[in-house]
Design a protein around this ligand. Structure first.
Ligand code: GAF
Length: 390
């Protein structure tokens, strides 16, 4: 996501937002809405290959106080850095610069789908870390969608909302992402992971009661800036599409037999990309089985294998991320992997309950010894998707 600023996020406090809105606009907001960031438990770069993913929503979220205006203007204030941006319908041109493009893109996508919404004032705050692979941009898109749909009494089903938010990201902001992040931010439920089939759009809420099994999920942000993420992401996607064309399948989801598919590809790099996607899809299916059986420890080897595949075959990890995963394992994590689009960002590690701080400390020490800046961490708690709070 394009940075709003480099300051720490303001707390996502409904009363603070309500007061800030009232000060700015001169009357109380019509309501307050929120949409979360996400962690992806497993299934990386599978979504745009028509495959499977399994994210869960975080408590960290974008929170928005909003109300209608009488004109076709949208005024958006971010309390993270006290920035205000204003645009009107004539400004809704794909390719818009700045963080407000995620908001404008949603207005544009709604318009394009025939849901012409009126102007609004929005005052927002976010505690989703930016550039950490936790979907801060999808959270902003999905929160905006929840706001604008409610303000205009639009009846739009949750998956349709997720698709509109993705349309904003792909066609207005210009990032060629898959459907995972907006689906997670919209459809996740507290206590569950979301098993999502990115071809059929079928979803299954799968209980993720790690605490009940004496476990927790450490989320550690390496704070490595995403370098070249846009161009590298697009290159990975292109390579997958090229491979599918050579193999004569509509998407890599359809590869029937990995070994014979690999034998048909001359390019070694393309073979590795295909191997990642095909094996990662199977790992998501296996992970869903483990979760349904409440065999949470059974996730561990899948997390490890996913990381190795991202590192060696899809080549989307970076040294800090690989170091964090290795040290997490040495410090007692049952399994660990990078989460999100890659080239920096967060790792997740399945650890015994209460061990997150100790594992994070071991990683912080290893970072210091290697000359890397300090990471940040928290325990990932499966939380609710986009909703109205007030
Ligand atoms: C980013 C994208 F937005 C998702 O669609 C997905 O491809 C992910 O990277 C990788 O799994 O978050």
């Amino acid at each position: 996501m394009r940075a709003m600023d480099s300051q720490p996020a303001a707390p996502a406090d409904v009363d603070v937002l309500t007061r800030a809105y009232t000060d700015l606009v001169g009357r109380a907001p019509a309501g307050v809405w929120a949409a979360p960031g996400r962690v992806n438990l497993i299934g990386e770069h599978t979504d745009y290959n028509d495959g499977f993913v399994m994210p869960f929503a975080l408590p960290q979220r974008v929170t928005v106080a909003a109300g209608r205006r009488d004109d076709d203007t949208w005024r958006v204030r971010s309390l993270n850095g006290n920035l205000t941006e204003t645009f009107d319908r004539a400004d809704l041109v794909p390719g818009m610069d700045g963080w407000q493009a995620y908001v404008a893109g949603v207005v544009w996508a709604l318009d394009e789908a025939g849901h012409r919404v009126g102007g609004a004032d929005l005052v927002l705050t976010s505690d989703v870390p930016i550039g950490a692979g936790l979907s801060s941009s999808a959270a902003l898109e999905c929160a905006t969608l929840a706001v604008l749909a409610d303000l205009d009494d639009l009846v739009i089903e949750p998956m349709e909302r997720a698709k509109l938010a993705r349309r904003a990201e792909n066609a207005f902001v210009g990032a060629p992402t898959g459907q995972m992040d907006q689906a997670a931010s919209t459809l996740c439920e507290a206590g569950n992971a979301l098993f999502f089939d990115c071809r059929s759009f079928d979803v299954e809420q799968v209980p993720l009661d790690l605490a009940g099994a004496g476990l927790e999920l450490l989320v550690l942000d390496t704070r490595t800036p995403h370098a070249l993420v846009d161009s590298e992401y697009a290159a990975r996607r292109q390579s997958c599409e090229d491979a599918a064309a050579i193999l004569g399948v509509s998407a890599l989801r359809d590869v029937p037999d990995l070994e014979s598919a690999l034998a048909q590809l001359d390019d070694e790099v393309m073979r590795r990309r295909v191997r990642h996607v095909v094996t990662e899809n199977q790992r998501v299916l296996d992970a869903a089985e483990r979760l349904r059986a409440q065999d949470y420890r059974g996730l561990a080897p899948l997390l490890d294998a996913s990381h190795a595949s991202m590192r060696d075959d899809f080549e989307i990890t970076v040294p800090t991320v690989d170091l964090a995963v290795r040290v997490a394992t040495e410090a007692g994590a049952h399994g660990a992997r990078m989460t999100g689009g890659g080239f920096g960002g967060c790792i997740i590690a399945l650890v015994d309950q209460g061990r997150s701080d100790a594992v994070a400390l071991a990683i912080a020490e290893a970072f210091e010894a290697s000359g890397y800046g300090p990471p940040a961490h928290f325990v990932g708690v499966p939380s609710a998707g986009a909703r109205r709070l007030r």
